[in-house]
Design a protein around this ligand. Sequence first.
Ligand SMILES: [Zn+2]
Length: 144
Amino acid sequence: MTATSHALTGAFIATVIRQPILAISLSFLSHFICDALPHLGIKMKFGDRAMKWWLAIDGTLVVFFAVSLIMLNVENPVLLAVCGFAAMSPDLFWLYHGLKGRSPESYGPFTRFHAAIQKYESVPGLAVDVIWSLSAFLLIVKLQ
Ligand SMILES: [Zn+2]
């Protein structure tokens, strides 16, 4: 899923579960459930122009939703932010592998698992990401 979808999922979990350790743990685990669902997937080579554009767009959306939630005076914005980061954090392994120039053949068991669960990635999966993100955002606002 997009970083936006992961972050809003974590923020939603923090809205519903206000016990920090549990909320952070569930947010981290949510990453793998979300990645196993149909979602946006575009074949990009690490470091290419398309990837940089995508990261800029997705990162801008994460900041937009975070600022929107803060401006809407959500309760406990720090826990929402930490859970949002926890939910996005497993994708930092892709950055690590990309910066190291590692190929899929050299991935460890965790990254092979993370790659294997992405089998429902597709361009039309963007619709799932959009609906998922907007639903999570609206639920966070409604549950305040
Ligand atoms: Zn992932």
